[in-house]
Design a protein around this ligand. Structure first.
Ligand code: NAD
Ligand code: ZN
Length: 249
């Protein structure tokens, strides 16, 4: 393990333009369950029932109740963990330029990263299905389901449901970031959900080195990534950042 941490730190120390791609795994140590895997929300819910835009449009109240209201309690309490803080430190050290995240929890911004592409949107804002006006989630009464705008329309979260496209600007920004990095860190990301999973492939094709931090192997392991640190994101990032500081400061 120490060897993999040291190797990762050496790659980071040598890199000039690092991009991180993060998935639900980086927020697990902040108390937010992932969808897939052990303890994942999908053990409790059918993703197509709660995560698909058609399901939401058919029965917004049910989707709000099942998934979103459950997530809200978790998200409000969550704070950045050493995984997020490590990425913020790498930005402060001048190494990390952009974080592309699949997460909707806002923890990268809270940790201090400034260029964050939220591929799947976020849960901090809601948008009215009728008049399109936006409101901060914390300012909306979620005790009545589904929550409604002053115009009477139903609010939806500003996250991307299954069956919806990634906003073109986010997709563009991600592709530019992926093709301009010399090192991509893929942290807590199973690389199953497209098109986010394609970003490491773009990076690799553009000549970048891909390193994973994930306790489990993924589709990238042994194919796209040159090494995987098989450890939880928080523990791994803390050790990696300490080793980078030792090399560059
Ligand atoms: P995912 O497909 O990226 O899978 C999670 C990955 O994290 C797995 O590979 C798992 O091995 C790894 N992992 C688990 N614990 C870890 C840890 N402590 N450190 C590092 N890696 C760890 O994500 P998903 O759970 O299938 O979610 C699918 C989509 O749903 C996400 O892309 C996101 O849009 C949304 N989602 C967001 C959040 C959030 O905002 N925190 C949480 C759940 C789901
Ligand atoms: Zn409205």
């Amino acid at each position: 393990m120490d060897d993999l941490i040291q190797k990762t730190a050496e790659h980071l120390a040598a890199a000039k333009h690092v991009v991180a791609l993060t998935g639900a795994g980086i927020s697990v140590e902040s108390g937010i369950p992932p969808f897939r895997g052990k303890g994942g929300l999908w053990e409790k819910f059918d993703p197509m029932e709660v995560g698909h835009i058609d399901a939401f449009m058919r029965d917004p109240e049910k989707v709000w109740r099942l998934l979103i209201s459950e997530m809200r309690g978790v998200l409000e309490k969550a704070r950045p963990n050493p995984g997020h803080l490590g990425l913020a430190r790498l930005e402060a050290l001048g190494k990390l330029k952009t974080v592309i995240t699949q997460n909707i929890d806002g923890l990268h911004q809270l940790a201090g990263n400034r260029d964050v592409v939220e591929f799947h949107g976020n849960f901090a804002w809601l948008r009215c299905l009728d008049c399109g006006s936006r409101e901060q989630t914390v300012a909306v009464d979620l005790s009545r389901m589904p929550p409604r705008c002053a115009c009477g329309g139903i609010y939806r979260p500003e996250c991307v449901f299954f069956g919806e496209g990634i906003p073109p600007m986010d997709l563009d920004r991600s592709q530019i970031a992926a093709s301009s990095c010399d090192l991509m860190l893929v942290v807590g990301c199973s690389a199953v959900v497209q098109p986010a999973a394609f970003m490491p492939v773009i990076a690799r094709q553009s000549g970048a080195t891909i390193i994973e931090i994930n306790p489990e192997p993924t589709l990238l392991t042994g194919t796209t990534s040159i090494l995987r640190v098989p450890e939880k994101a928080g523990k791994a990032m803390k050790a990696i950042v300490a080793a980078v500081e030792h090399l560059v400061l």
